[in-house]
Design a protein around this ligand. Structure first.
Ligand SMILES: [Zn+2]
Length: 376
C-alpha cells in the first residue's frame, strides 16, 4: 500500500531532479534535456508525449496528453513552463535543500514544482481512468522571455480548450490568479547629427538630449489610478565625450489592465514626436501579452476550483490583479476561462532565495487530481 508520505517523497525526488537540471530560457540544449526527461516519464505512465521543435533559438515544446486518438472534444489545457530566469551555476548559490518547510532551488517555485505536481495529478487521474474531459498539458521552453516561439502552439491548443489551468506559482498564502495586466514593448531610436563638441557644437543635434525628452514623455504616461505603468528599462547612446552624439535608443515596456487601454497606450507611444528640431525618431511598439481580464467564464471556473480546493483541505482565495504576465494571458484573451497561479505556494521567484513550501505538496496534488478529474 502506498502511503501519503511515500507519494510526497516520490514527488519531491522528482522535483529535485527537475531543479538540478538547470534550464535558462536561452540554453536550448539544457531545456531540451529536461523536456526529454519529462516526455519519457509521461510515456512510462501511459500518456502520450509530443516533443516539437518550434524555433531555432529555443528548446522544444512538449505536449503531454491523455487524449485518445479519436477524441477531439474541447478539453482541459494545462500550461506549464520548464525554463527559468536563472543562469547555469545558480544551483551552486541556491542548491536544492530542505530547511524546515522550505524547499530551495532555482526555478523551484517558478515553476518546476507546480509543473511536476500537475503532471503527477494527470498521471493519477489517467491511471484511475476517471478523467471526464481530455487533458492536454503544454510544457513551454521560453515563457520567461515572453513565449515568442511558443505562443502559436499555445493558441492552437487553446482553440480546442474548454478551460485553461496555469501551474504558475501561487501568490502569497496560496492565492490564485484570475486577472493579469497585459504587457506592451517599446523600442525607440533617436537619429540626430554628430559634430565636434568643441569646434562645431551648434551644428550638432544631440540624440541623447532628445532621448532624455522621450524618456520623460514615456514615464509620464504612468497612471497608477488607471493601473498603467511605463518603464524605460535600458538606454544606449553616443560614442565619445567630445562628440555630439548622433544616435541614442531605449527599450521599455508598459503594463495595462484592459485591452482598450492596451490599444490606447500603443497608439500614444507610436504618436510620440521629437522635442527638438532636425531630429528623427524611429518608434516600434507592440503588445507582447494581451491583458488577461477576469471573465464570467473564469469566475465560474474559479467557483468549481474552490470546491476541489476545499475537498483537498484548503481555501482557494483569489489574489488581486497582478502586474506579472504569463501564458494565461494568451488563453484568456482568446476567451477561454483561465485560472492561473495554481502551482505551489512559496516565495522568491526570480531571486536567490527562491523556494516553495513542502507542506503544500500533498494538498496541491490532491487539488489538481480533483480538478483534472472533476471539471465539467
Ligand atoms: Zn513562471
Amino acid at each position: 500500500m502506498t502511503t501519503e508520505t511515500d507519494v510526497t517523497s516520490d514527488l519531491l525526488r522528482k522535483i529535485q531532479g527537475w531543479i538540478e537540471m538547470e534550464t535558462p530560457s536561452h540554453d536550448q540544449a539544457a531545456v531540451a534535456g529536461l523536456m526529454r526527461l519529462v516526455a519519457s516519464d509521461a510515456v512510462a505512465s501511459g500518456l502520450t508525449a509530443d516533443l516539437r521543435e518550434i524555433s531555432a533559438s529555443s528548446g522544444p515544446l512538449l505536449i503531454v496528453s491523455n487524449r485518445r486518438p479519436a477524441d477531439t472534444r474541447p478539453g482541459i489545457l494545462v500550461l506549464a513552463h520548464l525554463d527559468t530566469v536563472h543562469p547555469v551555476g545558480m544551483l551552486l548559490r541556491n542548491p536544492f535543500r530542505i530547511e524546515g518547510d522550505r524547499v530551495f532551488g532555482p526555478g523551484s517555485y517558478d515553476m518546476k514544482a507546480g509543473a511536476c505536481v500537475a503532471l503527477e495529478a494527470l498521471k493519477r487521474v489517467t491511471a484511475r481512468g476517471d478523467a471526464s474531459l481530455p487533458v492536454d498539458m503544454l510544457f513551454v521552453p521560453d515563457e520567461e522571455i515572453g513565449s515568442p516561439a511558443s505562443r502559436p502552439e499555445i493558441e492552437r491548443a487553446a482553440a480546442n480548450a474548454r478551460y485553461a489551468l496555469v501551474a504558475e506559482p501561487a501568490r502569497a498564502g496560496g492565492h490564485c490568479v484570475t486577472a493579469r495586466k497585459g504587457i506592451g514593448a517599446v523600442r525607440l531610436g533617436v537619429f540626430g547629427c554628430s559634430a565636434h563638441a568643441g569646434l562645431q557644437h551648434a551644428m550638432g543635434r544631440n540624440a541623447i538630449r532628445e532621448l532624455a525628452h522621450q524618456v520623460l514623455a514615456l514615464e509620464a504616461m504612468t497612471d497608477y489610478a488607471q493601473g498603467i505603468t511605463v518603464n524605460v528599462g535600458r538606454v544606449t547612446g553616443g560614442t565619445a565625450v567630445n562628440v555630439v552624439p548622433e544616435q541614442a535608443s531605449l527599450v521599455g515596456e508598459f503594463r495595462v489592465p484592459t485591452l482598450a487601454l492596451a490599444n490606447e497606450m500603443h497608439a500614444r507611444v507610436l504618436a510620440l514626436q521629437p522635442a527638438t528640431p532636425d531630429v528623427r525618431l524611429n518608434i516600434e511598439a507592440w503588445i507582447n501579452r494581451p491583458p488577461y481580464e477576469r471573465s464570467t467564464g473564469t469566475a465560474q471556473l474559479l467557483a468549481q476550483a474552490q470546491q476541489h480546493a476545499a475537498a483537498a483541505g484548503f481555501a482557494l482565495v483569489e489574489a488581486p490583479m497582478t502586474g506579472g504576465g504569463s501564458d494565461g494571458n494568451f488563453t484568456a484573451a482568446m476567451g477561454v476561462p483561465t485560472l492561473d497561479g495554481l502551482g505551489v505556494d512559496g516565495d522568491g521567484a526570480h531571486a536567490l532565495h527562491e523556494h516553495f513550501l513542502l507542506s503544500c505538496l500533498q494538498p496541491r496534488l490532491d487539488f489538481w487530481t480533483g480538478l483534472l478529474s472533476g471539471l465539467t
